[in-house]
Each structure stands twice: as C-alpha cells, then as structure tokens.
Design a protein around this ligand. Structure first.
Ligand code: ADP
Ligand code: MG
Length: 556
C-alpha cells in the first residue's frame, strides 16, 4: 500500500498521458480508505478509469446490526451508492446510484464484516495528450476522499438507513409469505402505483393520485417484521382477470405487479406491492427471433407447413412472438404470467364465435390463450394475471374478476359468473389442455460473444445489449429495471458459458438452476467476469436475453 499518491501525481504533471499506468497498485487516501485502479484509461478520450475504493470496517463504522443478513447489507449498500451518487452530482466522478429498486449493484458492496467497497469511474485529467497533474490531484486526492468520507456511518442519516433496511426486510418477508397464503401478489392499502411520467419511475404526486384500496372480498392481512399488521389486496393463484374502462388504471396495477419482483426504496409508493419472484411479464414482440421453441399449444397448421413443435424464425409475427415468449418463460421457470391487452397480440388472446364461424379451424393456425389459460394453472401450476378490457370471453375462464373503476378495484367475480350464464359467448372451445413445455438444450458455441470475431459485451442504453457482433433487443423484457441490469445480464450470459453451465447437454432450465446454485447470480461472481457498473438480474431476464440472441442455436 502506497501513501504518496499526491506526490506521485505532482511528479507526473506534463508527462505523456500513458504514464497514468503508474497508478496501478493500491493507494491510501486521506481519511484511510484504500484506492485501487482496476482499469486505467488509455487516452484522454477513452472510457474513464475504473476505480475501487475500500473502507475497512473501522473506517466505515457500520454497526453490526446492519450487517446481519444479505438483505440488510443490500439495503445499506444501495443507500450508500445513492448517497455517493448524490455527492458526486454532475462532477467528473461517476457513481451508479441506482433508482427506485433496491438491487445488488456493483457500485457499492457491503461485506459481512462491515467492509464497504465503492466502485466508480473517473476520467483521468489531461492537457492534450499530457497528464494534467494539478487536476488529477484535485480529483483523486481532493474530490474522491471527500466523497468517500460521506459514506462513513457517522456522516449518514441513520434513521433513513434503518428505514431502508426495514422496508427491504418487510418486502422480502411479504414475498416469502405469498405461497403459503395461496397468493401470487399483494398490493398494500395506501400504496401509490402510478408513476410521475412515462419517463420517470418516481411516484406520482398531487391531489389527483388515488391511493390503493383493496376490495373487501380480496382483503388480506399480513404480519410483517417491521410494519406489523398490514392490510391489502391478495391476488390469488389461478386466473385473475382485470377489467375496466380505458384510463381507469388497469395497466398501472399490472405494471406495479411487474415491478413487485424487486424491492423498492422508502417513499416509492410500491414498498409493499410485491409479487412472487418467479413472475414474468409476457408480451407480443414482432420481429424477434425464435430458436426451436415448441409453440404447438398455440400454433399449428402454419401455411408454410413449418413444424410448430420445433419452431424457429428470424422474424416472428406478433402472435407467434408472444406464444414463444410465453412458452420460454414457463420453460425458464416462471409460475406467474402477467399479460396486458395493450401489449398483447389480439389474435393470440381471443377468437369470438363469429370469427370461429367465418374462418374454419383448419384455416386458423392459432389457438387463443383463452382456451389454454385455465389448463396452464390446473395442469402446470402457472397462474396468470391478465388485463383485458375489450373482450368478455375471459370471464368464462377467470377464477377472479377485478374491475378497476376510477383507480379503485372492485371484486366483480360474482357478477361476471352470472353474466357467463346470462350472455353465452357461443364459442367453441378449441383446446382442453396446455401441453407440457419442451425443454431445449442451448449450444454453448452459439453463446460465445466471440463467435463472429468481436468478443465485447456491453449495455447500450436501457434496452440493448451489444453482444459480440449482435445486438440483443431487450425492449420487450419489461422487468429489466435499468441499463445497469442490462449490463448484469450480459455478464450473466458470459458466466453461463464460462462456468460451463451451458455445456451442450444441459437444458436451459438446468443450466440456469446450476448458475444460481453456484452463486453465479451474485455481485461477486459477476464482478469476476468483469468489473463494471451492473445490477444483478434474475434468471428470467438472463433467459429472456439468451432467447433473443440472434446467434443462439439449440442443440436438442
Ligand atoms: P388503463 O390501462 O386502464 O387504460 P392506465 O393504467 O394506463 O389505464 O392509467 C391511465 C392513467 O391514469 C395513467 O396516466 C396513470 O398514470 C393514471 N393513474 C393510474 N392509476 C392512478 C391512480 N391510482 N391515481 C391517479 N392516477 C392514476
Ligand atoms: Mg392499459
């Protein structure tokens, strides 16, 4: 450990930019933290240098009660990352502070012994192609230690830290209780579901916001470690249909459930809106690639004569893309599906009596989801929450019908049952069973980002993963929360290959099981692949990205 960073930078002033490589090694900063340059910066226009700053337990000063579980450490680390990002502001130091979700992030990690590691980017200052010594000293010996000093426990808002820990622990406890309660999701009374705008994930505010109020029929009370008794709406297993007029808040409820797989920061409004960890949003996505997916439950007798039990295309239609995404989700282990009419393919969702009469069954390749959704639950234990305001056909198959009226939910199951008897659809049921999903074995070579020469994997914005020569389009993967999680997916894909999980014999589901069992979906494992800003994704997002990789080949 070297102590003389200031002197060394002073001596470098005016030297060729490449001399910055002499910073490799470990340096003690003012205040005691240790600085390591993880990756240097080749020239003034290259991506910023990557730094890791470590505070030992005594310097960080975190009390042992904040370190007792992985959830606590995640909550504390997220709060520290947000603090550091706020402190860095628009300045040169770049810290990923995270958003509304409390995720495992590489930008800040808290170890069980209380060690805090902050990872950040720093553009090393230059004058032309020469080192700007004074600016480098201001940055690394001034701004950096000042920022790090803000992370010491006695500088933090202790009450806010504990609120974040309590919030995360309650949400985790609630999610764990769902299966025993026979629920797939829970929305607490008083929750604020709408967001500020289409581009801001912060809670909406103002007098027009209607806090969530559960309908009496679905009201459930849970006991949480910190909040105590909390009442709210329990969404039961099975098929739940959400109906209501346009603009009455249906999609907003569904989006809150999508996000309910993550924990949220205090003040988000969705702190106690929680869904099971294996909940996956499914939507139509025409143009996507599909690699040997068994979609015959939904599609057969294609005009091309293609085998739909082993279906591939470089350019899926709306309906086939949604069918493939749904089968893939179940293959990867999803046990709750979320579908919104706004993003679903109508012809995959419904076919009414008149259309059945006009187009003979043997001329129509599609079996509508309405005839499969019940069996998906009965025979496979996969529940569905579906938003559908435009067709009443699903009343027939729904276990529960929820009506959104001016942002207030009502349980209209009984009325819907009566209507099923009073107003028959006249439909003929087109399927009585959802067949077992077929498991696929991915070919490891096709997962290698270097297959076509360029090994680089990198997140581009919030919904594209640049993967070797290919771009994986993740716009339809709704539960990815930000670009850092896209980066995390890229690392996890590389870990699937590097760790030998995808080996040409194992099914995709088995490979994901093994990745998880090996601790592959942790900050530590993904950092070992590459030290960069990322958030840890779920297996479902990893699978979704793999399924959208255009080079993917299926061995069997
Ligand atoms: P739907 O899917 O039923 O057409 P949306 O969920 O898209 O309706 O909501 C329509 C609008 O109402 C959106 O701008 C949304 O932000 C807003 N909104 C949703 N829920 C609430 C609420 N509880 N309070 C106030 N505004 C809401
Ligand atoms: Mg909608």
């Amino acid at each position: 450990v070297r102590q003389d960073l200031d002197d060394v930078l002073r001596g470098m002033d005016g030297a060729p930019y490449g001399q910055y490589k002499r910073l490799s090694g470990v340096w003690r900063l003012d205040g005691g933290a240790l600085l390591r340059v993880v990756r240097g910066q080749a020239d003034p226009f290259a991506p910023p240098a990557r730094l890791a700053v470590r505070l030992d337990p005594a310097t960080a000063g975190l009390p042992p009660e904040l370190l007792t579980s992985d959830d606590r450490r995640r909550a504390v680390a997220a709060r520290l990352a947000a603090t550091a990002a706020r402190e860095a502001g628009d300045g040169p130091l770049r810290v990923d502070g995270g958003g509304q979700e409390v995720l495992h992030r590489s930008s800040c990690v808290v170890d069980p012994d209380g060690t805090v590691t902050l990872r950040l980017g720093a553009p090393l200052p230059g004058r032309g192609r020469r080192i700007d010594g004074p600016a480098a000293r201001r940055l690394l010996c001034g701004q950096l230690p000042e920022l790090v000093a803000q992370l010491a426990f006695d500088r933090l808002d202790e009450a806010a830290l504990w609120r974040q820990v309590a919030c995360v622990e309650d949400s985790v406890a609630l999610r764990e209780q769902l299966p025993a309660l026979g629920l797939v999701a829970f929305v607490a009374d008083g929750a604020v579901l709408p967001r500020r705008s289409g581009v801001s994930d912060r809670p909406a505010r103002g007098p027009e916001v209607v806090p969530f109020a559960s309908p009496p029929e679905l009201r459930t009370t849970v006991r949480l470690p910190h909040a105590g008794e909390v009442s709210g709406m329990g969404v039961p297993e099975g098929v739940t249909l959400v109906v209501g007029g346009g603009f009455h808040g249906k999609s907003t409820v569904l989006r809150a459930l999508e996000s309910g797989v993550w924990d949220h920061v205090p003040g988000d409004g969705r702190e106690l809106v929680v869904s099971r960890a294996d909940t996956v949003k499914v939507r139509a996505e025409d143009g996507r690639r599909v690699a040997r997916v068994d979609v015959h439950a939904f599609v057969d007798n294609l005009p091309t004569g293609a085998d739909t039990a082993d279906f591939s295309t470089d350019n899926a239609s709306g309906s086939t893309s949604q069918a493939a995404s749904l089968c893939e989700a179940v293959e990867a282990g999803a046990r709750v599906l979320l579908i919104d009419e706004d993003t679903a393919a109508t012809n995959l969702m419904i076919r009414d009596a008149r259309m059945q009469a006009l187009v003979a069954a043997d001329r129509e390749p599609l079996t509508p989801f309405v005839d499969l959704v019940g069996s998906l639950h009965r025979d496979h234990g996969v529940s569905t929450v579906l938003v559908m305001g435009g067709s009443g056909d699903y009343m027939e198959v729904a276990d529960r019908v929820l009506l959104m009226d001016a942002y207030r939910p009502a349980d209209v199951t009984a009325r819907a049952r009566a209507l099923v008897a009073e107003v028959p659809t006249g439909r003929t049921t087109e399927a009585d069973r959802f067949p077992a999903v077929t498991h696929r074995v991915p070919d490891p070579d096709s997962l290698d980002p270097a297959v076509r020469g360029r090994p680089k994997v990198r997140a581009r914005g919030a919904d594209t993963l640049s993967y070797g020569e290919d771009d994986i389009d993740l716009r339809a993967v709704a539960q990815l929360t930000d670009s850092r999680q896209v980066a995390g997916v890229g690392l996890a894909l590389r870990e699937l290959l590097r760790g030998g999980h995808v080996d040409g014999r194992r099914t995709l589901a088995a490979a994901l099981d093994r990745l998880e069992a090996d601790g592959g979906l942790t900050t530590e494992a993904l950092l070992a692949v590459r030290d960069e800003d990322f958030a840890v994704p779920r297996r479902h997002e990893v699978a979704a990205a793999l399924n959208r990789l255009r080079s993917l080949r299926i061995a069997a």
